[in-house]
Ligand binder design. Structure first.
Ligand SMILES: [Zn+2]
Length: 272
């Protein structure tokens, strides 16, 4: 049986599961993360900054290896006054992130998963591809909303430019999310989905995938179409296998079948 796919987590990979390298600016941590980003040399020759957001090497999410976790969702931080006063345009953030990604990920960027597929990689080996995120909008956190919007727009643009699906964090900002989603082509995955079936239907109609964590609406998890579903632990320390067992029970299937479906969804999302 393939290892359990843990679609989104902030911890290192546990035995028996696989996590995906991803890269993004979390709305809770924008202030500190932007401070650590290199200044983009817009219009000038690009220099490669040293990686500051993640590990220096690209971890491959193959069995037994550890994946690059997204920024930890721990304590919320207040943006520093200097940051609030500083104007960050989406293009500036995007270029900073792009520079950073170039230095952190060795394989060529701007290509689809298919063209980076290497000989010898197995069907179930995601290889070096990764996701943009988690990123998004959160009206309940302290980060100024305009700054959140700028960073989110930058990451949407990056997701389109690099052909990587986007992992979405959305709290009380669904209108803006749907507005921004309209002109995109990459798949978006609403992570940690806890909404009711009615909201789920709205998101499904817009083409979203939904990733469920331990805090889910049971009716939504039961009725989510299999081909749009992922499971994740996010910041929960429990093994993702526990969640597969619970979800399989609810959906009257087996954990192995559900896991296979999630892998299939991942592959189809990346056009593999
Ligand atoms: Zn998260």
């Amino acid at each position: 049986m393939p290892l359990y796919l843990n679609f989104h987590t902030h911890r290192l990979t546990l035995e028996g599961e696989i996590t995906l390298p991803s890269f993004g600016l979390h709305p809770w941590h924008l202030a500190e993360q932007l401070q650590n980003l290199p200044s983009p040399n817009l219009g000038k020759k690009k220099t490669l900054p040293s990686p500051t957001l993640g590990k220096k090497t690209l971890p491959s999410p193959s069995p037994g290896k550890k994946a690059l976790p997204s920024p930890s969702p721990g304590k919320k931080t207040l943006p520093s006054p200097s940051l609030v006063g500083r104007e960050w345009s989406p293009i500036e953030i995007e270029e900073s992130l792009y520079c950073h990604i170039q230095s952190a990920f060795p394989q060529p960027l701007g290509t689809s998963r298919r063209s980076t597929h290497q000989e010898g990689e197995s069907e179930r080996e995601p290889g070096a591809f990764w996701l943009i995120g988690e990123c998004g909008l959160d009206r309940l956190c302290d980060t100024p909303y305009p700054l959140q919007l700028a960073a989110f727009e930058a990451q949407i643009s990056l997701s389109e430019r690099l052909h990587r699906p986007l992992v979405l964090h959305c709290v009380r900002a669904v209108d803006d999310v749907l507005r921004l989603h309209r002109s995109t082509t990459q798949p978006w995955v609403w992570h940690g989905f806890r909404g009711k079936p009615q909201q789920m239907q709205q998101l499904l109609q817009h083409g979203f995938y939904l990733s469920f964590g331990f805090h889910f609406n049971a009716e939504s998890l039961c009725t989510c179409p299999a081909e749009r579903l992922f499971l994740e632990t996010d910041d929960d320390p429990r093994p993702v296998a526990d969640l597969y067992a619970t979800a399989a029970d609810l959906r009257h299937t087996t954990p192995a079948t559900l896991n296979q479906q999630c892998w299939d969804n991942l592959m189809s999302m990346h056009n593999v």
